[in-house]
Ligand binder design. Structure first.
Ligand code: ADP
Ligand code: 5GP
Length: 216
């Protein structure tokens, strides 16, 4: 079947810039419209993170083998851990008739741009490195060394995010309500109803819950 699912949405930005917070709000407000692409990672779960919900937590060996079998759309190493989007993760969301939302770092964005997913690309920008550090410290999810690594990476990510042509929109997250409303406006301006009504790309045999969507 031709790959023709709804156009996915990618959120990218430095760790601590507010991607998860914005995503959580979007998924809460529109649970039937958007679905989260659950990535795989080799990092340890944070308190409260559930396997299969926030991430599929896995090992380097298992993930490397799955990548070798061609099961991933993209993958990258970030701050010493592997992260990746499986084909299954995107299919699961698209087959439910929802718009797939990916939260991925810049190497993953570069790879996804080379596929036929044709996503809308959003870069979430922190107000400053200093504020980013304050937010990361307040989140209190990383050890000192990991936090420093993330801040170092953030500088490079901000440069990439600002380069013309890399993203469709840069959303400055200085104020959460403002940033969220910019995200909503961007989505509604760029995702027409007709675009969402597309054929399910489900490659698996058997009935698909999205079977009838988009059939004219
Ligand atoms: P990311 O997913 O990009 O790593 P998070 O969504 O976890 O970032 O946000 C990092 C921290 O910053 C969280 O503790 C979150 O509550 C906080 N945060 C997010 N947006 C804002 C904002 N506009 N102002 C202040 N704090 C924020
Ligand atoms: P965290 O450990 O804070 O959850 O995520 C660290 C970084 O990994 C973030 O920039 C996040 O966007 C990115 N990330 C999460 N999942 C994926 C993925 O599947 N692929 C890629 N390339 N990056 C991911």
């Amino acid at each position: 079947m031709v790959q023709k699912g709804p156009r996915p949405l990618v959120l990218c930005g430095p760790s601590g810039s507010g991607k998860s917070t914005l995503l959580k709000r979007l998924l809460k407000e529109f649970p039937d419209k958007f679905g989260f692409s659950v990535s795989h990672t080799t990092r340890n779960p944070r308190p409260g993170e559930k396997d299969g919900v926030h991430y599929h937590f896995t090992t380097k060996e298992e993930m490397s083998a799955a990548i070798g079998r061609g099961e991933f759309i993209e993958n990258a190493t970030f701050s010493g851990n592997m992260y990746g989007t499986s084909k299954q993760a995107v299919n699961d969301v698209q087959c439910s008739g929802r718009i797939c939302v990916l939260d991925i770092e810049i190497e993953g964005v570069k790879q996804v741009k080379k596929t036929d997913l044709n996503p809308l690309l959003v870069f979430v920008m922190p107000p400053s490195i200093e504020e980013l550090e304050r937010r990361l410290r307040a989140r209190n999810t990383e050890e000192e060394e990991a936090l420093k690594k993330r801040l170092d990476t953030a500088r490079k990510e901000i440069l990439f995010g600002q380069e013309p042509g890399n993203f469709h929109i840069i959303i400055l997250n200085d104020n959460l309500d403002k940033a969220y409303s910019e995200l909503r406006d961007f989505i509604s301006q760029n995702m027409e109803e007709k675009e969402r009504e597309t054929t399910c790309p489900c490659p698996s045999p058997g009935p698909c819950p999205n079977e009838t969507r988009g059939s004219e």
